[in-house]
Each structure stands twice: as C-alpha cells, then as structure tokens.
Design a protein around this ligand. Structure first.
Ligand code: NAG
Length: 182
C-alpha cells in the first residue's frame, strides 16, 4: 500500500553545522524543515533548509524555474562511491506519491536547498542565486535522475555526484551519494 505519512514537520535549528569541503551554497545554523514520505514502509526524507541571514532580507518576487534547462557535469565531491540505483529510485517513487497529495512545486530561498534522501542517495535543488526560486517536484525527479544517469554506473569512471547547473548559475540540481551513508 502506498501512503503519505507525514510523520513530523518541524522547524529546528540544526545543533551542529557539519564541516564541509564542498564549495556550495549553505550557511551555519540553517533552519531545517523535515517531512517523511512512506513508500511501502521505506521512509524517504524531504528536507528544506533556509539560511537565517537570507530569511530576514527583503527579497524580490519568486522566480519560477520549472523546466529551465541545465548542464550536466560529474564530480566526486560526495566521496568515492556513487549512490545505488535502487535508493535513487525510491526517491523518485516518493516524489510520485507525494505529488498525489501536495502542491506541484516548492520554493527555496537563496543559499537554501531542498534535499530528498533515502539511504545512499540524495536529490537536491540548491539555490545558488539571489532570488527565491520555485521548482517543480517532477523536474527535480527527472533532472536529478538524468544527472545521475550521466555520472553513475555503468558510466565510468566512478563519480559520487551528478550536477546539473543552470546557465545563469542560479541553481544546481544534484544527485549524489548521501554524506555519511555507506
Ligand atoms: C543544504 O543546506 C544545508 C544547510 O546549509 C547544508 O549543510 C547542505 O550541505 C546543503 N545541501 C546541499 C546539497 O547543498
């Protein structure tokens, strides 16, 4: 049975900012909202982070970037291993289920991100620009899926991350090996 189980929705200040060598958007003490989607007993995490500094700034109108093209590149910023195809597939399934009950898009503020993760795999939409960006779940599924297909086995050499970067560099869509997972 497929069901959406909203186990918890919380706003919490992360207790510790994990050290990262990655030159990507982010901030200390992000505000994190977490939802869980149940796919046949497999819980997929939907997490949105906002940076406190940008949350209080007056901003221009939200830009909708659903369908905006981006360019794929591969790297190993997320370690040595790729995620498994099955774990990434579970995220795609979760998006399909979530979509039956929820708005088709989400908004991410500058330096924030939306990250969906299951075991070894995570899909992210990262706002690397200066405006609030609205993005569609179906695009996250398709674009992160393609970013993974371009970089993960059977594609060689091994990469841990597939990145799709907008031409104006305002956002990245990422498929990556989940940090700290084995
Ligand atoms: C999402 O934001 C958090 C908090 O700033 C950061 O730790 C994490 O690395 C970000 N994820 C991605 C994929 O950029």
């Amino acid at each position: 049975m497929l069901s959406l189980k909203n186990l918890c929705f919380l706003a919490a200040v992360a207790a510790s900012a994990s050290a990262s060598i990655l030159p990507r958007a982010g901030c200390d003490n992000p505000i994190v909202e977490t939802d869980w989607v149940d796919v046949n007993g497999n819980l997929v995490k939907f997490e949105t982070t906002h940076c406190p500094s940008t949350a209080i700034q007056a901003r221009t109108n939200t830009l909708n970037v659903c369908g905006v093209a981006c360019t794929n590149t591969c790297n190993s910023d997320a370690g040595t291993l790729p995620p498994t195809t099955e774990d990434c597939g579970m995220i795609k399934n979760a998006i399909t289920i979530f979509q039956q009950h929820s708005p088709p898009s989400f908004v991410v503020s500058p330096s924030g991100n939306k990250t969906l993760s299951f075991k070894t795999c995570q899909f992210s939409f990262v706002n690397t620009g200066t405006s609030d960006l609205e993005y569609c779940y179906t695009d996250l599924s398709a674009t992160a899926g393609r970013a993974g297909s371009a970089c993960f086995p059977p594609v060689m050499p091994l990469h841990s991350e597939g990145l799709c970067t907008a031409a104006d560099r305002s956002f990245n869509v990422i498929a990556a090996h989940t940090p700290g997972s084995s």
